[in-house]
Design a protein. Structure first.
Length: 284
């Protein structure tokens, strides 16, 4: 049996165990997937949890908030998706620990699903943490015209800007004073903060409103209809639920965990089935 898990905080509502077990059944792979919520037991250190799971012969783990950047310190081999982004949401436990980033690849697949080959223009990204890093670099690989990054932690924001500039990805760090003006200039809004999650209620735009010329992508899927998406829906904006990123990044992670046991071409055929299932379950 393949043993997998998810490490993070405030993750009791995660659907990660469900989707991986569901995929296991579809491909007749025996697997177990457990949640390790370090918010439930603050006495356990993140590094200790990783070491323990590796010693217990886990094949790998997914990593979520707030450990996606910290986890890079514990990887022996950092593959391209993670080395560029400097964050990871998927670890493979072999003789060594491999770091991957399926937020990066999952966002690319989500974007293509909704926009085909159309290049992103001016985009506002809210939050420059682990998933924010993945998505800004993904936007860069799509030849985005310009990114406006709203990150309250100035040092974190400045470090991300430097990394993006190194790859010639155009990005400006903005503060709250420029947020309203920036909304008029962008076509897309991507929320990469935890604001809107069940445990962090609210809207990352505060009292500001999006417009009907925007498309809005929220990485949060618990709830699937965040306050930000509800605002967007009311004004007639195109809204994209975090359910899509959840599905696409999970498919990529499953391929990393179990790819040698399945026909990789078959997994893409499950996308419509999975979207139908999780939108029916979560999009309320």
């Amino acid at each position: 049996m393949i043993k997998l898990g998810l490490i993070g905080k405030n993750i009791q509502s995660s659907q990660a165990p469900d989707i991986h077990k569901r995929l296991g059944k579809l491909f007749k792979i025996s697997l177990n997937y457990q949640i390790f919520d370090l918010n439930e037991n603050d006495k356990i250190q993140f590094s200790d949890q990783l070491l323990k799971l590796k010693e217990l012969d886990f094949s790998g783990v997914n990593i979520t908030f707030p450990f996606k950047e910290e986890v890079m310190k514990y990887a022996d081999i950092i593959n391209l998706s993670s080395s560029t982004v400097k964050s990871s949401n998927t670890l493979l436990f072999k003789e060594k620990i491999f770091a991957e980033n399926t937020d990066y690849t999952g966002f690319l697949r989500s974007y293509e699903f909704h926009f085909n080959k159309n290049k992103p223009k001016k985009i506002l990204v809210l939050g420059g943490g682990g998933v924010g890093r993945a998505i800004t670099f993904a936007l860069g690989s799509l030849d985005v015209e310009h990114i406006y990054l709203y990150e309250k932690d100035q040092l974190r924001g400045q470090n991300l800007i430097k990394d993006l500039e190194f790859l010639k990805i155009s990005c400006t760090l903005i503060n709250s004073d420029k947020l309203e003006k920036t909304l008029f200039e962008v076509q897309g809004i991507v929320n990469c903060t935890p604001v809107g999650h069940f445990d962090f209620p609210g809207c990352p735009l505060g009292e500001l409103l999006p417009s009907n010329h925007h498309w809005i992508f929220d990485v949060i899927y618990t709830p699937a209809k965040t306050d930000l998406l509800i605002k967007g829906e009311k004004v007639g904006a195109k809204i994209i639920s975090g359910i899509d990123l959840f599905i696409f990044q999970a498919l990529d992670a499953f391929l990393l965990f179990c790819g040698d046991k399945i026909d990789k071409d078959h997994i893409s055929k499950q996308i419509l089935f999975l979207r139908q299932h999780y939108f029916k379950l979560l999009y309320k």
